[in-house]
Design a protein around this ligand. Structure first.
Ligand code: PHB
Length: 362
């Protein structure tokens, strides 16, 4: 199958891409300790993958409060900004674009990961099911503390400051993480949001925080360099929503009016069903670029773009195991298998030692 659409250039508003194979954000938990600082190992990993049309970094905590997993990087200290700068420099030297994913985990954290052992924060005091990944291993989630209405500006401020820091670190833009059961998604979906203030109840109220955060970040960067990631049908991290189509149609219309760089849609993650949900309704409501994600192959990505269902497609797992994924797609080459045991934490093994085609055939 020809991959002419997938390998044609495009613009995500202000961000120009040489082709449409995007590296999706991937949590790998390998920042330097203490301090959650990007290090040389991470420079190697991202520069190995700089043949991507665009790299979206792993989810990166906007503040100490936004952290939910051991060893994930942040963008709130001088050291972290300097660490990220070494990554953006290396990726730019190889001709790729790179945006930072801005992350606040909300209740998907643990007091042992928080400053002064405080409880994680959330829209409502409802514990998710499952366990947090801490430096001492997996521990049960706690019941989070519900944010007071007067604290909401401070949440927006955390994203704003992180967006400013990302600019200093030399990124091409930022992606607001409003997906996969983290703080913004917790506000969006009804199962985790039982608030009675202006941030809960109606669809308009539940969408408010995501829209305010995106607006604030767009004021830092210019809207054409800001993307937003959503997972309308996702149930990961104990998410539930009875009216996802109405909720995400509304959110998408509001985001569209902001003239953003792209809307990044997790169509499929963790086996949740998307039956009955129309991603086409989001696509038709969004004026900017539509980035599809979730289980695509080179052929299905080509087809989605050719049929106008997406503008670009992001690949997660295949990019972990195949640093030269675009070249492998072009050649129709076999893909390396992913090793599940080395996804989170550790060093170079399962991180920077997956072979490229050139290495495998030489
Ligand atoms: C994860 O660490 O499992 C994780 C992080 C961010 C996501 C999804 C999953 O958006």
């Amino acid at each position: 199958m020809s991959l002419e659409h997938l390998f044609s250039p495009t613009n995500l508003a202000e961000i120009a891409l040489k082709h449409r194979v995007v590296m999706a954000p991937l949590t790998r938990s390998r920042s330097a300790q203490p301090g959650d600082v990007p290090q040389q190992l991470n420079v190697d990993y991202y520069s190995q993958r700089a043949s991507a049309g665009l790299i979206i970094t792993e989810a990166t905590q906007v503040s100490p409060q936004g952290k939910g997993y051991a060893f994930t990087p942040g963008i709130h200290s001088e050291q972290q900004i300097a660490g990220w700068k070494t990554i953006t420099d290396a990726v730019h030297a190889k001709g790729a674009k790179i945006v930072l994913q801005l992350w606040h985990v909300g209740r998907i954290s643990h007091s042992s990961l928080q400053l002064d052992g405080e409880l994680p924060v959330a829209p409502s005091a409802i514990a998710p099911e499952g366990q947090a990944f801490t430096e001492q291993g997996f521990v049960d989630f706690e019941t989070p503390r519900a944010l007071a209405t007067i604290e909401m500006p401070s949440i927006i401020e955390q994203f704003t400051q992180a967006a400013i820091n990302a600019k200093q670190a030399g990124f091409d833009g930022v992606e607001v993480h409003a997906a996969n059961g983290y703080l913004l998604d917790q506000f969006l979906k009804e199962g985790s949001n039982q608030r009675t203030d202006s941030y809960g109840g109606s669809i308009e109220n539940r969408a408010r925080l995501t829209l305010e955060v995106t607006q604030a970040v767009a004021e830092v960067w210019g809207s054409g360099r800001v993307g937003v990631r959503i997972s309308p049908t996702g149930t990961f991290n104990s998410m539930s929503e009875s009216e996802p189509q109405a909720l995400f149609n509304y959110l998408t219309e509001q985001l569209s009016a902001m003239n953003l760089s792209y809307l990044h849609v997790v169509e499929n993650f963790g086996g949740a069903s998307s039956e009955g949900f129309s991603f086409a309704q989001l696509r038709s409501r969004f004026a900017g670029a539509y980035m599809a994600n979730g289980g695509y192959t080179a052929d299905s990505a080509e087809q989605a773009i050719a049929e106008g269902k997406a503008d670009v497609v992001s690949f997660g797992a295949p990019f972990i195991a195949n640093p030269d994924l675009p070249e492998r797609f072009k050649q129709g080459a076999t893909l390396n298998e992913l090793d599940q045991n080395t996804l989170y934490g550790g060093g170079a093994e399962g991180y920077t030692d997956y072979p490229s085609l050139a290495a495998a055939t030489s």
